[in-house]
Design a protein around this ligand. Structure first.
Ligand code: PLP
Length: 343
């Protein structure tokens, strides 16, 4: 039985064409700077984001961590939302590895309000307070519904962060979902930040990898940090060539994922499923398990029995993510399975 896998957009498998490109990739030792495919990917990533340099990281988590390690010092504060991936789902890495002290922001709307930043600014001369070095934003914002923050709102917050002297980092794991949603070039977002991390392995369909982009100086420090934490890999052209292919070919088709997610949300709503209302919805749909007779675990396993994989992300809260390996016709089937288990 074919499973409709809506757990995440990370579950995609490389297409035949992508595999052929990986097979033929020119490679060298990337720790020596000798991997032509990795170098080409880094130049391209820097060019499209309008940054001086870029660096390949094994994962989005590592890309974010490299940014924080390169610009923050132990005891300084990192401002980020309590619903951000950095706060909730990166195993506390920034605190464990860099010694940065987290400062919570309210990001229930996907991005903190500017008014919060002045209040959160700890570099206010008070001897008790740690210096604030970094403000981390996320777009699209995964755990509040995958919404694409608008260029205007994003710029307002990022500019205030910079005005207050923070290094502004964008966790842009899915930044291209935001650019496709709002119909803008990625530089519209990246020009507002000092560093950006984006993932090749999510909606873009590459099997692995993320890029960290920023100034030459920060990227050189990140390269050293990447080696320090064991992320210096050798013939990574195999992966980098897939990443470059994904960046050049798979951005516009994200619109298809968005329209599938919208279709799924509409079908579920018609079936009386309590779907979370998401402004600027991209490729994620969140809903509540209403059924009294099933636990979250039972709900998951019944869905699996019927051919649907999904992810419980909180008590009674389920996330569905569309991607390039699911199709419009799967949405009806997925909705029918969920609706059938809800009474
Ligand atoms: C918003 C966001 N940032 C970062 C990451 C981390 O990416 P990775 O799983 O490649 O470490 C994810 C992963 O889902 C994410 O959703």
């Amino acid at each position: 039985m074919r499973l409709i896998d809506l757990r995440s957009d990370t579950v995609t498998r490389p297409s035949e064409e992508m595999r052929e490109i990986m097979f033929a990739a020119e490679v060298g030792d990337d720790v020596y700077g000798d991997d032509p495919s990795s170098n080409e990917l880094a130049s391209y990533a820097a060019e499209i984001t309008g940054k001086e340099e870029a660096l390949y990281a094994c994962s989005g988590t590592m890309g974010n961590l490299l940014a924080f390690a390169s610009v923050g010092k132990p005891g300084e504060s990192l401002l980020t939302g309590t619903n951000s991936h950095i706060w909730t789902d990166e195993v506390g890495g920034f605190s464990a590895v860099t010694g940065l002290c987290p400062y919570p922001l309210n990001d229930r709307e996907g991005i903190p309000d500017v008014s919060e930043l002045a209040h959160a600014n700890r570099a206010d001369g008070d001897i008790h307070h740690p210096e604030t070095t970094i403000l981390a934003l996320e777009n699209t914002h995964n755990f509040t519904g995958g919404g694409a923050i608008s260029p205007e709102k994003f710029a307002e917050v990022a500019r205030e962060g910079r005005r207050l002297g923070f290094h502004v980092h964008l966790d842009g794991a899915r930044i291209f979902n935001a650019t496709v949603y709002h119909g803008v070039d990625v530089k519209v977002y990246t020009k507002e930040v000092d560093t950006v991390q984006f993932c090749l392995s999510k909606g873009l369909g590459a099997p692995m990898g993320s890029m960290l982009c920023g100034t030459r100086e920060v990227i050189e420090r990140a390269r050293k940090w990447r080696k320090r934490i064991g992320g210096g890999q050798r013939q990574i052209g195999i992966a980098a060539s897939a990443g470059l292919y994904a960046l050049k070919n798979n951005i516009p088709r994200l619109a298809e994922d968005h329209s599938n997610a919208r279709m799924l949300a509409d079908l579920l709503q018609k079936g009386n499923v309590e779907v979370e209302n998401t402004a600027n919805m991209t490729n994620m749909v969140f809903f509540k398990i209403k059924s009294e007779r099933l636990t979250d675990k039972e709900f998951l396993s019944f869905c699996k029995e019927k051919g649907l994989l999904l992810k419980v992300v909180g008590p009674r809260r389920v996330r569905l993510v569309t991607h390039m390996d699911v199709y419009a016709e799967d949405m009806k089937e997925a909705a029918d399975i969920i609706i059938g288990l809800m009474d």
